[in-house]
Design a protein around this ligand. Sequence first.
Ligand code: URA
Ligand code: SF4
Length: 217
Amino acid sequence: MSEERSRAEERSLEARLEEIAQRVRVCTHCDLWRTRTHAVPGEGNPRAEVMFIGEAPGYHEDRQGRPFVGAAGQYLNELLQRAGLRREEVYITNVVKCRPPGNRDPLPDEIAACAPYLDEQLGVIRPRVIVTLGRYSMSRWFPNEKISRVHGQARRVGDYVVVPMYHPAAALHQPALKELVEKDFEKLGEIITQVRAETATTADDQPEEKPQQMRLF
Ligand code: URA
Ligand code: SF4
């Protein structure tokens, strides 16, 4: 692909994401719009290989209209480093785009009302790897799993490799989880390296073929 063409494509992906974000900012599809200051559509690289999906905006995210900017966000930045990722190269969003009052858990009808936006974002970005942060984003792909059983394990779901992680906020509040989560992010770095190697192999040698077996998943 020529450089010019890939730049044009990137602009169009960005424009499509911005068009979704504009609808999110004025959305009234569930009651969370009544108490929000700002909706938080998500941010990051339109061509991200890795997409992180949290639960819902908290106080600081609602104030700023940006995901993961409070304490959990600072910690997420550290965890990204452990995985060898820069924040600018990934895409970060949430299952629910508006803050639930008092940071209560999102309700099933709120998650359902907001799901089409996440679907659209996934359709534009088409990441190779999806990292779920906490149980609400995990249950979108693994509705019956327990995070204590599957955390840090990569699984293929259709075209994606999905890696469920403990929520960084949970790890911040429970020292016992901290070590687990930090190890999981180091392993995420290895998983990403493997996914990249797989892409390179399929692109160079066997355009139609996908390797059947991988070491980590
Ligand atoms: N926790 C989340 O799940 N998402 C955010 O954006 C911030 C904190
Ligand atoms: Fe709309 Fe989602 Fe906000 Fe509900 S949480 S008002 S569905 S953007």
